[in-house]
Design a protein around this ligand. Structure first.
Ligand code: UD1
Length: 343
């Protein structure tokens, strides 16, 4: 196939492009090389095998040019991260909501009907948990007063009892808790609307916490693994928020790229979502310790600090991905060891 990868110069994008080439697809990259990711004077150059167009997905002209002769699109171009302030909201809405809408309008104009979309686990908010009295419940957003007291676990919204966490499947209702999550929900809805009208297909890849070579670092939008790695490289201890017991599923970027490519190749009709995680949740504290060990650095410091938009636990059931013939190939230990060798 000839595949357009938007955001192909980004962290996940570069691995997707490499994976597509390895599977003999033709690749075109559309990327604006936005300055908050690539700096003011970006030097990114693709390999000779890739057609590169610098442009913004919000420009209809760029989209029309990029879609010429294309069989499928993998849409990764987005503003990522949690959002540092409410003042970030317009940029999330513009980059992600408007970006997806322009892309979809362009795909309809150019009769390109296969879309693989980078979505996120954050669409589920706090997910679902089990209360011994009320069964499966949806934890409410945590209150600042509780966090300030060091009360990090969200209680049962009905009786206040402690909850047992459970893995969320793809049918879990959306509950976005920040601007980024809201924009990913919007993208999924726009894509579903588009698919209904055009007969196009949508594969929504709900990525968990992606780490690995090339991850963004030293920006306010960097993920926790990159932040810890940068600290350790400076000889400083990783600073763990809350009590370090918050659970995530850290998934290696090459596994994420592989899942994305398989969905792009195989998904032919309708709309389907896949959680993309390793299936083995860890706490942020465990991840900090593993990375500190791998780099032979100072022990993590648990700070009790918190971020209001954070969810406590978000862990997916990614077993649906096996229907694409996918399973994770890089263990957490190997992934951490690889990070420790990165420059
Ligand atoms: C991450 C991604 C988000 C993606 C989601 C999918 C980033 C920035 N965010 O969100 O795009 O949609 O996974 O599941 O990549 N923490 C610390 N110390 C720090 C920084 C963070 O302890 O210095 C903690 C946070 O409080 C949080 C956890 O680490 O509990 C993860 O934070 P982060 O890496 O920002 O990712 P998510 O919010 O999970």
């Amino acid at each position: 196939m000839r595949v357009l990868v938007t955001g192909g110069a980004g962290f996940i994008g570069q691995h997707v492009v490499r994976g597509l080439l390895a599977r003999n697809h033709e690749v075109r990259v559309l990327d604006s090389l936005r300055s908050d990711v690539h700096g003011e004077d970006p030097h990114w150059r693709p390999s000779n095998e890739v057609e590169f167009q610098r442009g913004d997905v919000r420009s209809a002209d760029s989209i029309d040019e990029a879609l010429n002769g294309v069989d499928a699109v993998i849409h990764l171009a987005a503003k990522v991260g949690l959002g540092v302030a409410v003042s970030d909201m317009p940029d999330y809405a513009s980059s992600n909501d408007v970006g997806a809408a322009e892309l979809l309008a362009g795909m309809a104009r150019n009769n390109v009907l296969r879309l693989t979309l980078a979505s996120s686990m954050v669409v589920y908010g706090e997910g679902e948990a089990i209360c011994s009295e009320h069964g499966s419940v949806r934890p409410a957003p945590r209150l600042e007063a509780a966090l300030a007291e060091g009360d990090f676990e969200p209680p049962c919204p009905h009786c206040g009892k402690p909850l047992t966490n459970q893995l969320v499947g793809e049918d879990t209702p959306f509950d976005p808790r920040n601007a980024y999550a809201t924009s990913k929900v919007a993208q999924e809805f726009y894509a579903s609307n588009w698919a209904r009208v055009t007969g196009g297909s949508v594969a929504a890849m709900r990525y968990h916490n992606v780490y690995g070579p090339g991850m963004p670092k030293d920006t306010p939008y960097a993920g926790v693994a990159a932040i810890f790695l940068s600290a350790l490289r400076r000889g400083q201890a990783p600073t763990v928020f809350e009590d370090g017991g918050q659970r995530r599923d850290f998934i290696h970027v090459r596994d994420v790229a592989q899942a994305t490519i398989l969905a792009c190749e195989q998904h032919q009709s309708g709309v389907r979502a896949w959680n993309v995680g390793s299936g083995t949740p860890r706490t942020v504290g465990q991840m900090a310790e593993a990375l500190a060990r791998a780099l032979n650095g100072p022990k993590p410091v648990v700070t009790g600090r918190y971020r209001l938009g954070d969810v406590r636990h978000i862990t997916a059931d990614s077993s649906r991905l096996s229907e694409l013939g996918w399973k994770p190939s890089i263990s957490f230990e190997d992934g951490m060891a690889e990070l420790s060798g990165m420059s």
